[in-house]
Design a protein. Structure first.
Length: 179
């Protein structure tokens, strides 16, 4: 089972400063900017240690310009370069049926039909076609495609229930061990 849910989640990565008025050039760490459109405060640590009020966030992928209320000069913006910015979980809006990756890591991956648990989700990889689950099994690592046809349902409090094709998780002498 996954550990306790994190209160602060990474939402932006600061790449550089922009202009002389303290704007920050950032990339988005969530699927869509609409998830953080109502975020009023960002933090420089995942424990909420240093808070900054958001003045505005504008732009389009891959980069956004973030303006913070107390950062109004280039000199004040410089220390934030290369920093990860966090938001409170409750301030981030995700659509129904979507989940925070941090809530899924560590969950058991179980066959929805047979109820056999194959292993534990250790990572979610981004791929142009679809995401890929990295599952640690007793035989090694399995990379499992996240496509509608193979995912039965997800319960972030219980686990990930899948519909694998026959033989996908069987270990034999011809299989490739990725560990």
């Amino acid at each position: 089972m996954a550990e306790m849910k994190k209160q602060f989640l990474p939402v932006l990565l600061v790449h550089n400063t922009h202009g002389v008025h303290g704007e920050l050039k950032c990339s988005l760490l969530c699927d869509d900017v609409s998830a953080i459109k109502n975020v009023k405060t960002v933090y420089t640590a995942e424990n909420g240690a240093e808070a900054f009020s958001v003045r505005s966030l504008r732009g389009a992928k891959p980069f956004f310009l973030l303006s913070l209320v107390s950062i109004d000069t280039l000199q004040k913006a410089e220390p934030l370069k290369a920093k990860m910015l966090y938001a409170k979980r409750d301030d981030i809006q995700i659509p129904a049926g979507s989940y925070f990756i941090s809530d899924l890591i560590g969950l058991p991956v179980t066959d929805a039909k047979t109820k056999e648990t194959y292993g534990t989700l250790t990572e979610i990889l981004d791929n142009p076609a679809n995401q890929i689950y990295r599952i640690q099994t007793k035989h090694g690592v399995v990379l499992f495609p996240v496509v509608r046809e193979f995912i039965d349902h997800i319960d972030p409090n219980v686990g990930i229930f899948i519909k694998p094709i026959p033989g996908f998780f069987e270990k034999d002498d011809t299989s490739c061990d990725l560990t």
